[in-house]
Design a protein around this ligand. Sequence first.
Ligand code: URA
Length: 278
Amino acid sequence: MSTRRNEILKELGLWPVWRLRGPPAADNTAEATIPGIAGASPAIVSRSRSAGASPTVDALSGSAGASPAFQKRSPSVAGGAPALPLDPRAAEFMGMDWPQLKASVAGCTACPLHKDRNKTVFGVGDEQAEWLFIGEGPGADEDAQGEPFVGQAGKLLDNMLAAIGLKRGKNVYIANTVKCRPPGNRNPEPLEAAQCEPYLHRQIELIRPKLIVALGKVAAVNLLKREASVASLRGKVLAYQGTPLIITYHPAYLLRSLPDKAKAWEDLCFAVETMKNL
Ligand code: URA
C-alpha cells in the first residue's frame, strides 16, 4: 500500500486498517477488504445481499420521474413516478449551455443571499464527470475564492476523494445546493435552496453524472425534499431526478465527529461499489 494512501487513511481516522482474515462469509454478511491488498482496488464494505449483486435503488425517494430533456448515461433508475410540473425558473434554464448558465448564476439576485456574497460559487470540476458531489453551500473561504470546498472541509473532501482513487476535477464535479454563502454559515433557508435548485438541476443535465453523492443532511434533505437524518439515509441508493444518489456525512461534520469518519468511509466504499454496477 502506498505511503500516500496510508497517510490519507490515517487522516480519515481509518488506521490501522481492517484485514479480512478468511474468505468472505457464506451468509453474505457485510465484508471489508482494504486498499492495496491483492491489487490496488479500493476498500469495499459491501452491504449487498450477494456478491456482485446490483445495489438496490430506492426509486421512491427523491423526484424519480426525470423530465424528458434529462437524458442520463444510465437508465438504472429511470421510470416510475410521473414527472413533476416544470418550475418556471427551471424552464428558463432549460437549453442553457455552460457559459450561459455560469453567467446567469454570476448575476443571480433571485434570493436574499446575493446581498452579502462576495463571489458566487458555481461549482468546479470535470463537466463530463461520472461522479457528482453536492455539498450544502459556500462558507467564507469559498465565498472569497468562488470555488466549492476550498477550506478545511474541502481538504478533507479531497482526501476522501483520494482514498477512493478520485481527484477533484478528474471525472469528479463538486457543487452545492446553494451558490451563495448563507451569512454566518447558517443553513440555507428552504426558499433559498428552492430558488437555486434550477441551476443545480441544469448542471446535472449538462454533466449527466452516473452517481451523485450528497454530503450532509442539508444537501440530502434539499435533494430528496423530505426530512430525514443522514444516519437513516446512508447505505441506500436513492434517486435525484432519476440519477442514483447516495448520502453520506458532510466533511465539516466529520472534522468535529471523528467516530463517524469510519461510517463515511463505508459510504464511500458503497458508492464505489454502486458505481461499478451502474
Ligand atoms: N461546505 C459546503 O457544504 N460547501 C462548500 O463549498 C464548503 C463547505
